[in-house]
Design a protein around this ligand. Structure first.
Ligand SMILES: C[S@@+](CC[C@H](N)C(=O)[O-])C[C@H]1O[C@@H](n2cnc3c(N)ncnc32)[C@H](O)[C@@H]1O
Length: 399
């Protein structure tokens, strides 16, 4: 690459990811202050996007026009252009002129054609209403500032891909920012990442609902420092009303005995006493209490893995297997570490707890949110009993 933006040749870094090679200005640490943003940790996120968008394209059986709303180095848009089959136009946008400059260079060097835009994301969405089949939002921090424009802009039968990196707000480390950005109360429990993802989905559903649009979550995951959603958007006032009625609610949680309960519906009076121990329940929401994974979609993504040459394929297989397993399971999960601490016992193996629960004919699955997490319809007291007995048995075995 020749001199660009006054940066000399020695100050560039060459990145190889997927089937592309890009060049970006050298940076000391990954930060929004870097001249052009690139985070190598997000290769996993981009690899999963390749599989999800390919599956979506197959599902709608036509070529897809894609918009990468926060392009950065252009890596995502260039990969979409090069690695996906049946793609129409790929547009890439960024507010930064330096980012656009590198997006142009990088696309030329990879022999791909993109449409370039340098606009504030909300402006682009409003100008290009009904244009895209896929809109990818990968902003710094919260996507909340862009969801209303997204709802206005997005057409029916499209897909929105949304990243949020403000997990401390969504997970309840800080309560007020979550209320401010997502109009919902978080709860810092052992399953706070699931609550956070449900707050994010609920906020999107409620925001785009005003445009008579509703969502079908295809894949939702919490990985490393971020959360990522793939949501299909459909349009109908009747179905939007139904969807909000059935899928928006709250989660009540007992901090003393670990009982939890999904509460259906918005703004309804709730009995906030724990039925197990009488303690007052803490309430998180409003949030999405419906499904957050679609089994068939995820299984099809898994089948696609061998056909895409992805460095992170082993890790993706593990994540997607867990997501597909939890797809038809229940809301929230129990953390074996937390329960064992309450019972003052050693943490049992998840596989043994799953086996014991299934033997008693309870639903029981792992969850991608936590390797020690178990989703089950077993009530909390029976679960504690089963876990306690497993620990006693193993102590006898070891004596
Ligand atoms: C997290 S980075 C994008 C990373 C990129 N999607 C990737 O996968 O490598 C966010 C980008 O959004 C741009 N940006 C920030 N605020 C924006 C806004 N309001 N409208 C459009 N672009 C914006 C920044 O310049 C930055 O390049």
């Amino acid at each position: 690459m020749t001199e660009t933006s006054g940066i000399s040749k020695t100050e560039f870094r060459v990145i190889n990811e997927g089937s592309v090679e890009i060049t970006i200005p050298e940076f000391e640490k990954i930060s929004s202050k870097a001249p052009v943003f690139y985070n190598p940790q997000m290769e996993f996120n981009r690899d999963i996007s390749i599989l999800a968008l390919q599956e979506f394209q197959k599902e709608i059986k036509k070529s897809v026009d894609i918009c990468d709303l926060f392009g950065g180095s252009g890596i995502r848009a260039i990969r979409y252009r090069k690695e996906l089959e049946n793609v129409g136009e790929v547009s890439v946008n960024d507010i930064s002129s330096q980012a656009i400059e590198f997006e142009r260079r990088n696309s030329e060097n990879n022999n791909v054609k993109l449409n370039f835009h340098q606009k504030e994301a909300n402006v682009l969405l409003r100008e290009f209403r009904g244009k895209f089949d896929v809109v990818d939002l990968d902003p710094f921090g919260t996507p909340s500032y862009f969801i209303d424009s997204l709802g206005y802009s997005i057409k029916k039968n499209s897909m929105i891909c949304v990243t949020a990196t403000d997990t401390s707000a969504l997970c309840g480390t800080y309560i007020e920012p979550c209320i401010r950005k997502y109009n919902a109360k978080p709860n810092k429990t052992e399953y706070c990442h699931e609550t956070g993802i449900r707050i994010l989905i609920g906020f999107i559903a409620l925001t785009i609902g005003k445009y008579k649009k509703y969502i079908e979550p295809k894949l939702s995951h919490s990985s490393q420092h971020y959360m990522r959603l793939y949501l299909k958007v459909k349009k109908s006032s009747k179905n939007t009303d139904e969807s909000l009625k059935n899928n928006i609610g709250y989660i009540g949680h007992c901090l003393r005995c670990l009982y939890r309960v999904p509460i259906e519906g918005l703004m309804k009076a709730v009995n906030n006493k724990c039925p197990e121990c009488g303690e007052e329940l803490t309430i998180a929401g409003p949030l999405w209490i419906g499904k957050i994974q679609e089994k068939k979609f995820i299984e099809n993504m898994i089948h696609e893995i061998p056909f895409k040459n992805l460095k992170t394929s082993k890790k993706i297989l593990k994540l997607l297997t867990n997501c597909s397993e939890e797809a038809n399971s229940l809301i929230t999960f129990h953390d074996l570490h937390k329960i064992s601490k309450v019972l003052k016992i050693n943490v049992p193996k998840s596989s043994e707890v799953l086996k014991a629960l299934k033997k008693e004919r309870f639903l029981a699955t792992r969850t991608h949110f936590n390797p020690l997490g178990i989703k089950t319809d077993c009530d909390i007291n029976t679960l504690k009993k089963i876990i306690y007995e497993l620990s006693v048995d193993s102590r006898f075995k070891n004596d």
